[in-house]
Ligand binder design. Structure first.
Ligand code: NAD
Length: 476
């Protein structure tokens, strides 16, 4: 499959780029070039922001019911292409196909429809004494997204921004951009008015920074690395833009001594290896009581071995490749670092796995034991299938270790005593904590504490990110 896209979606038209530079996109499973997209720059971003500004006045005045209708139509149009979306993202990112269908295609389809529903129930005004407090769209939104859950991350910005009455310029990840073009076509077929959604592909340093600096943009909603989030905050400060940041994590799974150990370890390994560990909420640090360490390590090794590594399009694959060559080198580097720093290798390792397609970015599902929280593998976000098991003394020690990180995105707590588990969960400084394997909830707020960012996505909380308060002081 060779995909070639040579135009941007601006003002409801397919527009030729201002320059000739293109970006090659690689198939994670084979390493081959699967296609290319244009690399946009300042001029392209300027045209897209211009289109979004022109569309803002009338889009922001449409009724909530009308906007809900468009969102539902986009969901329907994406659903009609669900298989194509799943296959495209399975190849761009490397997630096994069946799972990509459920998560990478399924969540965006569900979220567009869900924002239609939320919009119908949301109240945009409230009386406070003699004031009428109204909530208005913040304006033109610049959305910048990563590659790991590419269309999901896009949807968590675009759907609520459009629902709020904002218009959007999207700069998707250069690593996994094809799904964004399918979204543009879905918006087109839904009849979304021209300029309400605009898409320019390109590199972060060129197209991304041009969008952040543009005076015609009112807000930047960013998901990606903490490094880029810091740079974006600095750049956005010059024009006092609102900034929402969804960044990295180093989340702890705290297994208390009274937990069902087998279920807790299995849940943690699954939570660590989802999407080959390329998940911002991955449970990468497993905290176990010292005396349960040998048994926990044995179970983790067994669970890890059940993760069959292979081609994302093959039925039997449970762990696909990493997304890029850069990722492969980075993750292997961390595995070597773990060994150098004296962690105990319980499963996997830095050597390439056997029996996988040549050229793909495959890595072994890896577990390190006897990890100390000051080791590099316990401090930095690896973004690969690498679990660190950290023994702790008692509950207080576990909470201290869980919070001893610059991040605060997610976490998990396991205990047979539900009240105790909740009590410990409340003390973890992170945006979402799973209690005894509680299920993912698309309406719950999603976002971070500390260097995992600020602002919340998903559900009604995600809609509120794109609204501004205004109070009208009334005489009567
Ligand atoms: P990245 O920061 O390299 O890139 C993310 C996006 O930002 C891309 O579109 C990129 O082109 C753009 N970008 C990069 N530098 C920029 C700059 N200076 N100005 C403007 N735009 C810029 O991240 P990535 O490698 O694509 O994604 C992996 C990271 O994303 C991980 O750290 C992961 O934890 C994080 N992530 C967080 C969440 C969350 O919700 N918290 C979700 C998914 C991924």
């Amino acid at each position: 499959m060779r995909l070639v896209r040579d135009k941007f979606y601006i003002g409801g038209q397919w527009v030729a780029p201002s320059g000739r530079e293109t970006i090659e996109v690689h198939n994670a499973g084979t390493g081959e070039v699967m296609g290319r997209v244009p690399a946009g720059g300042e001029k392209d971003i300027d045209a897209a922001v211009g289109a979004a500004r022109s569309a803002f006045e009338s889009w922001s005045q449409t009724s909530a019911e009308k906007r809900a209708e468009y969102l539902e139509k986009i969901s329907t149009a994406l659903k009609a292409r669900a298989d194509e979306l799943a296959k495209t993202i399975a190849q761009e990112v490397g997630m096994p196909l069946k799972m990509a269908g459920r998560i990478q295609a399924g969540l965006p389809i569900a979220n567009f429809a869900n924002y239609g529903k939320i919009l119908k129930e949301f109240s945009f005004e409230q009386r406070v004494g003699n004031s009428l407090v109204v909530r208005e769209p913040v304006g033109v939104v610049g959305a910048i997204t990563p590659w790991n859950y590419p269309l999901h991350q896009i949807t968590l910005k675009v759907a609520p921004a459009l629902a709020a009455g904002c218009t959007v310029v999207l700069k998707p990840s250069e690593v996994a951009p094809f799904n964004a073009f399918i979204l543009a076509e879905a918006a087109e077929s839904a009849g979304l008015p021209n300029g309400v959604l605009n898409i320019v592909t390109g590199y972060g340093a060129a197209a991304g920074e041009a969008l952040v600096k543009h005076p015609g943009v009112d807000m930047i909603s960013f998901t990606g690395s903490t490094r880029a989030g810091k740079r974006i905050s600095e750049l956005a400060a010059h024009s006092v833009k609102r900034v929402a940041l969804e960044l990295g994590g180093k989340s702890a799974s705290v297994i208390l001594e009274d937990a069902d150990l087998a279920a807790a370890v299995k849940g943690t390994v699954n939570g660590c290896y989802l999407n080959s560990g390329q998940t911002c909420t991955a449970l990468t640090r497993m905290l176990v009581p010292e005396k349960l360490y040998p048994e926990a390590a044995r179970i983790a090794a067994e669970v890890a071995k059940g993760f069959n590594v292979g081609d994302p399009l093959a039925e039997t694959t449970r762990l696909g490749p990493l997304t890029s060559k850069a990722q492969l080198e980075r993750v292997r580097g961390y595995i070597k670092k773990g060994l150098d720093e004296g962690a105990e290798l319980v499963a996997g390792g830095a050597e390439p796995p056997e029996g996988v397609p040549a050229g793909g970015y495959y890595v072994r599902p890896t577990v390190f034991g006897m990890v100390r929280n000051d080791m590099t593998i316990a401090r930095e976000e690896i973004f690969g299938p690498v679990l660190s098991i950290i023994p702790y003394r008692d509950e207080e020690d576990a909470i201290r270790i869980a919070n001893d990180t610059v991040y605060g995105l997610a976490g998990a707590v396991w205990s047979k005593d539900e009240a105790r588990a909740q009590r410990v969960a409340r003390r973890i400084r992170a945006g979402q904590v799973d209690v005894n394997g509680g299920a993912f909830n698309m309406n719950a707020p999603f976002g971070g504490f500390k260097q995992s960012g600020h602002g919340r996505e998903a559900g009604v909380y995600g809609l509120e990110e794109f609204l501004e308060y205004k109070s009208l002081q009334l005489k009567g």
